[in-house]
Ligand binder design. Sequence first.
Ligand code: HEC
Length: 192
Amino acid sequence: MMKENLSEQDKSVLLDHDYDGIQEFDYPLPFWWIMTFVLTTLFGVPYIIYYNFMDGPTLKQEANIELEALNQLRTSYAVKMANFEQDTYAAVMADDGVNKGQEIFLENCSPCHLESGGGDIGPNLTDNYWLNAKGTKETIYEVILNGREDKGMPIWREDLTKEEIYAVTSYVMTLVGTNIEDAKEPQGELIE
Ligand code: HEC
């Protein structure tokens, strides 16, 4: 554009420099641009302080928090899918379930959890610390039903009937919280 065609205003802010025929105006930066700069800077200061100098979580910690939430979701989904039937459980209990469950336990579970339930290869079932189950009959039932094969707890739904799994669940419930002596050290999360 020729200089003569410029408005008075443009002319007044035209800089003297000439870069290979290109000249520039000295207009202030747009308000929105300045505000974006100011706001991001204001945001950045506490951000840096929180994440670098205070106890803001690291990426790894944030990932672990999300993983933990995912695990909880997975557990609650597994428990839902296991479809614990309160009526069947009550019926099995009424039919000498705990004693039957004890027999099943001594036969199938004691090799790993010991006859006392105090734990050996498998965890102590008499304390209130849990790796997979959450100390409730629903969650214990689910762990027995589906096992945790990758961690060494067999799947029982193929070897025991549903009634037997309810029975052994009711027996395990009588062990929970008895905190027998000489048991395996606590593993997992404390759930009162
Ligand atoms: C071959 C060894 C083995 C046998 C047999 C076994 N378990 Fe386990 N069990 C384990 C192991 C190992 C774990 C822990 C899995 C883990 O680390 O996540 C476990 C976990 C459990 C849990 C969950 C504990 C927790 O802290 O969340 C329960 C409940 C349980 N077993 C009950 C039983 C019952 C009932 C039987 C018999 C029907 C049985 N187990 C048989 C090895 C065994």
